[in-house]
Design a protein around this ligand. Structure first.
Ligand SMILES: Cc1cc2nc3c(=O)[nH]c(=O)nc-3n(C[C@H](O)[C@H](O)[C@H](O)COP(=O)(O)OP(=O)(O)OC[C@H]3O[C@@H](n4cnc5c(N)ncnc54)[C@H](O)[C@@H]3O)c2cc1C
Length: 405
């Protein structure tokens, strides 16, 4: 069996940032990625004409201190591109009509009487122990929540967020310190997957794609990682950085308690379709994203905040269970173009966690079980979904397993 100092299972931003921390500490790291592409939800695509767009994550903020450290250390600082004016515009699709909005005008769509009756008391209520539906309904009123706020909040993780915790692990929003020397909201020239390629090129990091991990077993004082194709690797430190349902399957044999705790975390699937269209074919105004009140998709995210003279791109995040015909037909109808106007159509399937009240206890239990072990668990199901949550979790896990025992 080949051995390494550290083996990382999963080549998304959680696994790669873990690998980066380990390599920076001088370790030889192997990252095993099951698909043919590194990055996971950092999924930037490029057309034959060189135009790039995002099928997954699209926006970073100057509060992403951990990610910025990696961006700077891997020489990507010059590739930071501020998100332009279109970031402030978005559309609400209701009763078949597109309503163009901004951060202020969206407030005018709320029923003002209901808002005023609730907002002052609601804002003072504690978020602790509250669901997203419970707390935000308390602030804007129940009808305002279900008519307007819920579709926008659900657009963030492409699933119904009513039962998400309003605060703490698994909640949608976090307050973080901002860096004044970086623009508030940015992407990278070439797309956010540039981070994945840059980390993969760091000395000490070796990556294998198409390497589907079947299980992680105990192996003396360390671990053995077994691939579906029969290959195996051993290491004193292993970091599992795949969605929790998959981590549970990989750990079931030798870590049954961890596996059953991981299996408590619900998951939601989204089917995303990206389309690229020539700019002159489209009448739709530039906007950052479009959210429907009720439709077969949760949201559509555009590349308009980084405009291109020739092209526009849209990533539609669909509910599951629809046919390709239905999805492409819906996109063409909304963009008011013929399907032959799609210069490129790309697809991805995503599994995201669906945290509910009590998620903090699940995370606490996982951390308790990991304590004293050199097995690391990282991902977007600890603090939250944001890229920075993943990077911070990986940094903390590396610090834990690297500490002398
Ligand atoms: C559409 C979308 C838009 C988003 N937008 C933003 C945004 O704008 N800003 C932001 O901060 N966050 C955003 N997020 C959230 C953020 O991108 C993700 O939470 C984060 O990238 C997840 O990283 P991860 O490494 O934990 O998981 P993943 O990215 O899911 O990576 C896990 C990796 O493990 C691999 N894997 C799975 N099973 C195996 C196996 N058996 N063997 C080997 N490898 C395996 C997968 O192929 C994958 O590459 C968005 C997410 C989505 C889906």
């Amino acid at each position: 069996m080949e051995s390494r100092d550290v083996v990382v299972v999963g080549g998304g931003v959680s696994g790669l940032s873990f690998a980066w921390n380990a390599a920076r500490a001088g370790r030889k790291v192997l990252v095993l990625e099951g698909s043919e592409r590194l990055g996971g939800c950092l999924d930037s695509r490029r057309t034959a004409a060189g135009y790039w767009y995002e099928l997954g994550a699209h926006t970073c903020y100057n509060s992403y201190a951990g990610l910025l450290e990696i961006i700077e250390a891997t020489g990507l600082r010059d590739r930071i591109v501020p998100r332009g004016d279109a970031r402030k515009r978005f559309a609400f699709l209701r009763d078949g009509a597109i309503d163009m909005l901004g951060p202020i005008s969206v407030l005018l769509r709320f029923d003002k009487g209901e808002l005023l009756r609730n907002v002052f008391r609601g804002m003072r209520a504690s978020k602790d122990g509250a669901t997203t539906c419970g707390w935000y309904s308390g602030v804007v009123g129940k009808r305002n929540y279900s008519r307007i706020l819920a579709p926008f909040l659900s657009a963030v993780p492409s699933q119904n967020v009513d039962s998400f915790p309003a605060a703490g692990p698994g909640s949608l929003f976090k307050k973080r310190a901002r860096r004044k020397d970086v623009v508030k909201s940015f992407t990278l020239d070439g797309g956010l997957a540039s981070v994945a390629s840059a980390v993969a090129a760091v000395p000490g990091i070796e990556t294998l794609t198409g390497a589907v991990v079947r299980e992680v077993r105990r192996n003396g004082a360390g671990f053995a990682v077994h691939l579906a194709d029969g290959r195996s690797f051993e290491a004193p430190v292993v970091s599992v950085a795949v969605p929790p349902s998959m981590a549970a399957a990989q750990l079931r044999a030798d870590f049954p308690d961890l596996a059953s705790e991981l299996a408590r975390i619900g998951m939601a699937a989204t089917e995303s379709v990206g389309v690229v269209v020539r700019r002159d074919r489209l009448k739709l105004p530039e906007m950052a994203f479009l959210v429907p009140a009720e439709d077969i998709f949760w949201s559509a995210v555009t590349r308009d905040p980084v405009p291109d003279p020739g092209w526009r791109a849209f990533a539609f995040h669909f509910r599951t269970g629809r046919t390709e015909e239905e999805r492409l037909g819906r996109i063409a109808a909304l963009l008011q173009v013929a399907r032959s106007d799609f210069e490129e159509v790309t697809r991805r399937m995503t599994l995201l966690p669906s945290p509910v009240l009590g998620h903090d206890r699940v995370v606490g239990e996982l951390d308790r079980m990991l304590s004293g072990s050199r097995l690391a668990l990282t991902g977007n199901y600890f603090d939250g979904l944001a890229i920075e949550d993943c990077v911070q979790r990986s940094r903390a896990e590396w610090a834990r397993v690297a500490a002398p025992s």
